[in-house]
Write a protein that binds this ligand. Structure first.
Ligand code: F0G
Length: 482
């Protein structure tokens, strides 16, 4: 714990960087925000960023880059094949994960595409701690299905469990017994676990799962897209990791897995992705797909500049000063919201602050998309855009009914080194007002509903004139211009 820095008196997180490049932001008046969200079909993915004050949609590709990353981009070697940039990145990836073979891909879901195409056959079942939207879709498109084997506490939103992302070992054993080894192409651990609030997985759990997989000859795959925050939590929450460096923890985790993949939009704070393995036969099987779907084997759809930035970003992901920033800001955000009694996921995880929409707007019917309604309301009252992480992000059941999500969340992502504490205080203040006026928030219904991953581009409308009423009350309290 000795190298974690806090202001001594106030317990505030202390940035170990300074800001040297800035971007101007707009904060539109509330009438224009109402117009913008209506034109975006009440879907924050469809807002224009110029209409957004604080872009808390995601940390994907939006972390601030360091001077070293920007500098490295200038020496990128632009060649289709055999670029020096690729070999520099390959070396850093090999060092970070301690594995031999690196397959580049343009982002995380592209890795999932290659992995699913290579490993999943119709009828296969993939056990995992929790699904991620793109992962599940790629497995389904190959005829497979997902079974979630998280511990029961994983979806208890208020908890003291430091590792809610852990796999339930009994459920894993049971699944193997029921499904049969021959129908399980791999077990997947998502580190940390996105859809339950960026909750981490312990090193001990990875070791235990690995042991079971080895006993049954099943491949263990780790999705390391969110590993940066997970490593921080391993270090500060897990006694096993107390005396290890961040680089050592990463290697120890990696040692347990047969396959690791990552989105470099997250890990590496740039844009891109990749798969790493030790097994040459597996590498050979996957590498032939790269020129078909991604690009040549030495760039995999990434720009060489982003590859240089990722190489440095991976190095920086082993620096406690860098990786502590996100979780400590999220914890501070959580402290503020808790002081206003706003229901949030605890303990605070990585990636962003997660609000429990099921409790915040429990008066809205579950079929009217509580999280989506809340995230639209947050934009209207603050200009900040978050992301719906609940029922709208699920697919309907085969009979057309809604599949109600186990966690109904709104995520306010904190891209690293991007926002200040005063901006966090601003959004916390608006959330406090919204919480006091939560009865004014109403439901949403689809007007355009895509069949697959509807949350990305689906369009919705309010089920009543609740948004106008919310704006009227806001103006009463804050005046016209805010
Ligand atoms: N795995 C996890 C755990 C992720 O969080 C993501 C992306 C992916 C895979 C896919 O990676 O976007 O590079 O294709 N999560 C983003 C988010 C989209 O906002 O949480 P990608």
């Amino acid at each position: 714990m000795s190298n974690i820095k806090f202001y001594k008196e106030s317990n505030l997180p202390l940035e170990m960087h300074k800001v040297r490049i800035v971007q101007k932001l707009n904060l539109l008046p509330i009438d224009q925000r109402l117009k913008a969200i209506s034109e975006a079909g009440n879907n924050t993915f469809l807002l224009r960023n110029s209409d957004v004050y604080l872009d808390m949609l995601t940390d994907s590709g939006t972390n601030a880059m360091s001077d070293r990353q920007l500098g490295a981009m200038m020496i990128a070697d632009d060649s289709y094949a055999g670029s020096a940039t690729f070999y520099r990145l390959e070396e850093k990836v090999q060092k970070f994960f301690g594995k031999k073979y690196f397959i580049p891909a343009h982002q995380g879901r592209a890795c999932e595409h290659i992995l699913a195409k290579t490993l999943v056959s119709p009828g296969d079942v993939v056990p995992m701690n929790y699904h991620f939207t793109t992962t599940k879709t790629h497995i389904s498109l190959c005829g497979g299905s997902v079974v979630e084997i998280f511990k029961d506490e994983a979806i208890e939103l208020v908890s003291n469990n430091p590792f809610k992302g852990d796999i339930d070992l009994n459920k894993l054993q049971q699944t193997i017994k029921e499904v049969g080894v021959e129908h399980i192409p791999f077990v997947r651990i998502e580190m940390g676990t996105n859809l339950i609030g960026g909750q981490p997985v312990s090193l001990q759990n990875v070791k235990d799962v690995s042991k079971i997989c080895k006993e049954h000859n099943i491949l263990l795959m780790i999705d390391a897209s969110l590993i940066t925050d997970n490593l921080y939590f391993n270090k500060v929450r897990e006694p096993l990791c107390q005396d290890m460096s961040i680089a050592e923890i990463a290697l120890e985790i990696s040692k347990c897995a047969d396959i690791i993949y990552f989105s470099a939009r997250k890990l590496g704070s740039a844009k891109g992705g990749g798969i790493v393995v030790d097994d040459v036969a597996l590498y050979d099987k996957m590498k032939v797909l790269v020129p078909i779907y991604e690009g040549f084997l030495t760039y995999g759809g990434m720009s060489t500049r982003e590859m240089e930035a990722t190489a440095i970003g991976l190095e920086e992901a082993t620096d406690m000063d860098m990786i502590s920033h996100g979780p400590e800001f999220i914890a501070e955000f959580a402290r503020l919201l808790t002081s206003y009694n706003i229901p949030i996921v605890t303990p605070p995880g990585g990636l962003g602050l997660h609000i429990n929409a099921r409790e915040f707007v429990g008066h809205i019917k579950e079929e009217e998309y509580q999280s989506a309604a809340l995230v639209a309301a947050i934009y209207i009252v603050s200009g900040a855009r978050g992301m719906e992480r609940g029922t709208l992000s699920e697919e309907r059941n085969p009979d057309g009914s809604e599949h109600i999500a186990s966690c109904e969340l709104v995520r306010l992502a904190l891209p690293r080194r991007v926002f200040t504490l005063s901006q966090i205080r601003y959004i916390a203040d608006r959330l406090a007002w919204l919480y006091d006026n939560r009865e004014l928030i109403g439901g949403l219904r689809f007007v355009e509903e895509p069949d697959v991953m509807r949350f990305f581009i689906g369009r919705l409308e309010p089920t009543s004139n609740w948004q106008e009423k919310l704006v009227a009350k806001f103006k009463e309290d804050f005046g016209e211009s805010l």
